[in-house]
Write a protein that binds this ligand. Structure first.
Ligand code: CP
Length: 331
């Protein structure tokens, strides 16, 4: 039995096999491969794309998907060990994971960080606990990384950019009024490096550099393939020569749990918005974003509505790659 918690645990060849199967499923969406099987989709946070694409994808494979929202229609869950459960949670992850494993063939989990203490959040305790106690595969629907989004992005890039080796991928931080999760940024960095891009992380200051776990992984993938990972705070030089511009906002890790001093720094960098001038610094780069996206804040309408933007293809690909993933884990 294998989980899909992070692409750090999967080789490039294994991920490519999923992408190849996703392309086949895009051409022939309906199969009965997993008829009669079930998947629990456990959401601790909201979703539009993830919920829709997993539910529909399961249906198209002949499966039944059951959506559970702990604390909202399903019992709140305790994750700590050896606690006296006299608070809000009604049951423990030990029972939840084991019972769900008796009903369904896979458990998918969305559990964002709590945004209080990064040293705690980076342990990814919720999905790790599901993986520890479940006896069926566990799939990450976004925690501190977003590996399904990585696959969807890479499928879109292979469609639109072609071979990825040696091309330039720019992950640019953008402004957002709130500090956001680093999950997609971690993921974009890692998958671009794993698939042979030269990767540039463009962010306002060194406080916005991502967790060392993902920086080191990306550095390792780049070095092993003769590529480079660089960090830049200079917009124009970062965009120059880019084949891909990927935008995401995130909160600076040193300010986790103490966001007030971070806000003026974020507010001073609204000019990181992806716009036509910056895109024109590139030869012919494509643009994408994981969605949801705030127009006029992270990216201009002009870029988002141009033929350069592949964000809708990336979102569509969530359906295909997740079906390939379920086929791989459950067949
Ligand atoms: N990109 C993504 O995961 O979208 P949702 O949050 O709507 O699921």
């Amino acid at each position: 039995m294998r989980h899909f918690l992070s692409t750090l645990d999967w080789s490039r060849a294994e991920l490519q096999a999923l992408l190849d199967d996703a392309r086949a499923l895009k051409r022939h969406p309906h199969t009965a491969d997993l008829a009669g099987k079930g998947i629990a989709l456990v959401f601790f946070n909201p979703s539009l794309r993830t919920r829709t694409s997993f539910e529909l994808g399961a249906h198209q494979l002949g499966m039944k998907a059951i959506v559970l929202e702990p604390g909202k229609g399903a019992w709140p869950i305790e994750f700590d060990d050896e606690v006296v459960m006299d608070g809000e949670p009604e049951e423990h992850i030990r029972e939840v994971a084991q019972v769900l494993s008796r009903y369904v063939d896979a458990i998918a989990v969305r559990a964002f960080p709590k945004f209080v203490d990064w040293s705690v959040d980076r342990q990814d305790k919720v999905i790790q606990a599901f993986a520890r106690f479940a006896t069926v595969p566990v799939i990450n629907m976004e925690t501190i990384t977003h590996p399904c989004q990585e696959l969807a992005l890479m499928m879109a890039l292979q469609q639109r950019v072609g071979p990825t080796d040696g091309k330039k991928f720019v992950l640019t931080w953008t402004y957002h009024p709130k500090p956001l999760n680093t999950a997609v940024a971690n993921s974009a960095l890692v998958i671009a490096a794993k698939f042979g891009f030269d990767v540039t992380l463009l962010c306002p200051t060194k406080a916005y550099v991502l967790d060392e776990r993902y920086m080191q992984a990306a550095q390792g993938y780049c070095a092993a393939q003769g590529r480079a990972l660089s960090v830049s705070h200079d917009i124009d030089s970062a965009y120059k020569g880019a084949d891909v511009v990927y935008a995401k906002s995130w909160g600076a890790l040193p300010y986790f749990g103490n966001w007030a001093p971070e806000k003026p720094i974020r507010d001073a960098h609204k000019h990181f918005i992806v716009d036509e001038r910056k895109m024109d610094l590139t030869p012919h780069a494509v643009f994408s974003h994981c969605l949801p996206v705030r127009r006029g804040v992270k990216v201009t309408d002009g870029v988002l509505d141009s033929p350069r933007s592949i964000h809708i293809e990336e979102a569509e690909n969530r359906l295909h790659v997740q079906k390939a993933l379920m086929r791989s884990l459950l067949r």
